[in-house]
Design a protein around this ligand. Structure first.
Ligand code: PLP
Length: 400
């Protein structure tokens, strides 16, 4: 409300020194909270820094364009069709959208398949093989998007080996931690970022799990020059002494649009209102509640946990064995998927709780996510009762 009411339009430092300075301060605060290497921070003094973008998709687009410009300067603009980008088949579809807008040839987008064996994380060997195949046919590897906490199952791509491979080929690595990055404000989850020191950019959505409102995508880059080089425009009407001095940040050069809102104010309010330890307590309590839900599911033998839980989301389903026992016949995955899809439809239509689903490795999973400040154990128990009640009714109706 404050930010909308004050209507600060801080596209350049001179347009609003306060909005610009506060943004660089809160981005360094948050970077330190999640223990990002100093190279990503303004205070690191080596060209790193953070910016508040609207969405992860915008952050991805800006970093792809920065990487593209850097590469084309080396290899010549006529070679744009040779550039290849890499991700896993679990990478959020916003990456595909960003790639599409960036002018990379659609057929040069590699969605490397993941499997249950790697818990749906991107396998470094598969990346390596794919890169080598591309190089063999004259293509040029450009960009890798690794994910900490995938959308479907919260899988974590192994940053360390992935970044080592990328480094060999000069590939820009962006780490998308849209949801799970917030967990890294707790020291016990910071190991998920091991290897980020060798990536180029990192983003998380504070509006997902850090109690900020949309839009608060926090993007950090190690080499802000590469970003601003790709995105700068300096029309005469915006020229001023501060900009010419090159001693200030003009955030218009770190993003797609020119005008921008005073987003830092809402992040500042969240950080100052709750404080670091209260925010850590929220995250820890959500994860404890997710573990509680996971136990409830595991104790009911009709259900199964469908993917390993890393944070505060549990993927589960009614197991194939339950349906086979009930029907006294073999059931295929298609039938199990159909049953679970119907179950989710019934649950959501009751209006008491709402869950979403994902398809991973051909399996339909129901996703139970905890992330709101007011959620408590009684809500988890109530939700589990709703789920069981609907499952009871549906299983009773099954006839063999
Ligand atoms: N990346 C991940 C891992 C996500 O979970 C999501 C959204 O759910 C996104 C990216 C997309 O974020 P945005 O809507 O901010 O572009």
């Amino acid at each position: 409300m404050l930010s909308a009411g004050l209507n600060v339009v801080g596209f350049s430092w001179i347009a609003s020194p306060a909005a610009t300075e506060l943004e660089s301060i809160v981005m360094d605060w948050l970077g330190k909270m999640i223990n990002l290497p100093k190279t990503y921070l303004f205070s690191g003094g080596h060209g790193g820094g953070g910016v508040l973008q609207g969405t992860t998709c915008e952050a991805m687009l800006c970093t792809i364009v920065a990487a593209r410009e850097q590469m084309l300067e080396k290899i010549g603009r006529e070679n744009i069709d040779k550039l290849v980008v890499y991700a896993s088949d679990q990478t959020h579809f916003s990456f595909q959208k960003a790639v599409k807008i960036s002018g990379i040839k659609p057929e040069n987008f590699r969605a490397i398949p993941t499997t249950k064996a790697t818990e749906f994380a991107l396998c470094p060997e598969s990346l390596s093989v794919t890169i080598q195949e591309d190089i063999k046919v004259g293509l040029i590897p450009l960009f890798l998007c690794a994910t900490i906490g995938t959308t479907s199952t919260t899988a974590v791509d192994p940053l360390k080996p992935l970044c080592e491979i990328a480094k060999q080929y000069g590939i820009w690595v962006h780490v998308d931690a849209a949801y799970a990055g917030s967990a890294c404000i707790c020291p016990e989850f910071q190991h998920f970022l091991d290897g980020v020191e060798n990536a180029n950019s990192f983003s998380l959505n504070a509006h997902k799990w850090l109690f900020s409102t949309l839009d608060s995508c926090c993007l950090w880059v190690k080499d802000s020059n590469s970003l601003t080089k790709a995105l700068t425009t300096t029309p005469e009407c915006l020229r001023n002494k501060a900009t010419d001095s090159k001693l200030v940040i003009d955030y218009k050069d770190w993003q797609i649009s020119l005008s921008r809102r005073f987003r830092a104010l809402k992040l500042w309010l969240v950080l100052r209102t709750y404080g670091v330890s209260n925010l850590q307590n929220f995250i820890r309590s959500h994860i404890k509640m997710a573990k509680h839900f996971e136990r409830l599911v595991a104790l009911d033998e009709r259900f199964e946990i469908a993917a390993p839980r890393n944070f505060s989301m549990v993927c589960f389903r009614v197991s194939p064995l339950t349906l086979e026992r009930k029907l006294k016949a073999f059931v295929d995955e298609g039938q199990v998927n159909k049953f679970n899809a119907k179950l989710l439809e019934f649950i959501n239509s009751c209006g008491d709780i709402h869950m979403t689903h994902a398809m991973v490795g051909g399996i339909y999973v129901i996703r139970f996510a905890i992330g709101a400040p007011l959620t408590d154990y009684r809500h988890i128990d109530m939700a589990w009762n709703v789920i069981r009640t609907h499952a009871n009714v549906m299983l009773k109706r099954l006839r063999y």
